[in-house]
Design a protein around this ligand. Structure first.
Ligand code: R7I
Ligand code: MG
Ligand code: MG
Length: 349
């Protein structure tokens, strides 16, 4: 499809929901045999199973808040977004939120709160969370703002409402930038795609907050850049085992151990793979492969799904999978609204 086409918007938002709903089955599992993944995916093709059987989790619940806020305010409004997070949490607290972020969401619902970023700063003894909760809901920022600088800025601020550690919010920026580039068709040249992400993140991570967090947490000076270099090294290899991907990139709840992993899943599945059914297209491969990594499967599949969906477009998303997932049809309608907002705000368009 052409750059920033409606099909790509729909693919991104819908496949993100699918990754969350379908990936929930294996969240926290240490080892997930590919056989179990394929069995799970085959069961979605069984039409007798009915609609909406797979519920979405916090990943989608919060992404929906981001979408609604961006649409209603026609841009980023931190007060409005914070209010929506708090309201959503109090309406459905059982969506599987991270154990730390719950404190933030409770504080955000206080009417006395003057600085909406303060509760996030208080997390983990004042360092803030490095969890992937900012990154899991970052895709909509790429679908609302055509300018890369806006995507960078607002995905960071949107994540900082709950994640004030740079290893948390920079993960959100990376995820949003990956969706942004994919939307432009950048995955047609995978080597350039990863190089551009590295170049962008070099700048994003070039500041004192990042250096200081990295030092304290004993990470490389530019943690996400270092991981993206590992992604590039793995890409260049003809054969990579699941175990190697997990040990090199991680599959955990930290943004650093899941966002680069999600990006790798997309890149690795651009071509057919021996371990995956021949009948699968790229989008199905990406979701299946993300689940087979185990660990934080709903979130990794959600992030990989959004990047892959922006590349392949809605036509690549299996109808029967959409039917099985709560919130997928809704995401499809919102994608159209975001597409309009995006093209309204683009210069001359
Ligand atoms: O990041 P967050 O919103 O969690 C998202 C994850 C996704 O997998 C969702 O699907 C859902 O399952 O949860 O929630 P946080 O509570 O901010 O962070 C998640 C977890 O990361 C925390 O509960 C901690 O275990 C860990 N964590 C930290 N641990 C020590 N020190 C995050 N930051 C720190 C830290 O600074
Ligand atoms: Mg979740
Ligand atoms: Mg998760």
């Amino acid at each position: 499809g052409s750059p920033a086409s409606l099909s790509r918007f729909r693919g991104a938002l819908v496949a993100g929901v699918l990754g969350d709903c379908i990936g929930g089955e294996f969240e926290g599992a240490e080892e997930v045999p590919m056989e179990s993944v394929l069995q799970h995916l085959n069961s979605l093709d069984d039409e007798s199973k009915g609609n909406g059987i797979l519920e979405y989790s916090d990943d989608t619940a919060m992404a929906r808040c981001v979408v609604q806020s961006l649409l209603t305010r026609a841009g980023f409004d931190e007060q409005d977004m914070a209010r929506r997070f708090a309201k959503e949490y109090s309406a459905s607290p059982g969506r599987g939120y991270g154990s730390g972020v719950i404190q933030v969401l409770k504080k955000l619902s206080s009417p006395q709160l003057s600085d909406v970023y303060q509760p996030a700063r208080d997390q983990f003894n004042g360092r803030g969370s490095f969890g992937n909760g900012g990154a899991m809901r970052a895709a909509p920022f790429a679908l609302a703002f055509p300018e890369m600088a806006d995507v960078r800025r607002f995905s960071r601020l949107g994540a900082m409402l709950t994640h004030s550690c740079s290893l948390g919010y920079n993960g959100a920026v990376l995820q949003a930038l990956a969706v942004h580039l994919s939307l432009q068709g950048a995955l047609n040249l995978p080597q350039q795609f990863i190089s551009r992400l590295i170049t962008e993140m070099e700048e994003v991570e070039d500041n004192e907050a990042t250096r200081s967090d990295a030092r304290i947490l004993k990470e490389a000076e530019k943690p996400f850049c270092e991981r993206l270099h590992r992604v590039r090294d793995l890409m260049d290899r003809s054969k990579v085992s699941i175990e190697e991907v997990i040990s090199e990139l991680g599959n955990g709840i930290a943004a650093l151990h899941s966002v680069p992993t999600a990006i790798f899943c997309v890149l690795h599945c651009l071509q057919p793979r021996e371990c995956l059914p021949e009948k699968y297209g790229g989008l199905e491969r990406t979701i299946a492969y993300s689940l087979a990594l185990g660990g934080d499967t709903d979130t990794i599949a959600c992030m990989a799904g959004a990047i892959a969906g922006a590349h392949y477009g809605i036509e690549a998303v299996p109808q029967l999978w959409i039917k099985c997932c709560e919130g997928a049809e809704d995401a499809d309608m919102n994608a159209e609204r975001l597409h309009m907002l995006y093209h309204q705000s683009s210069p001359g368009g």
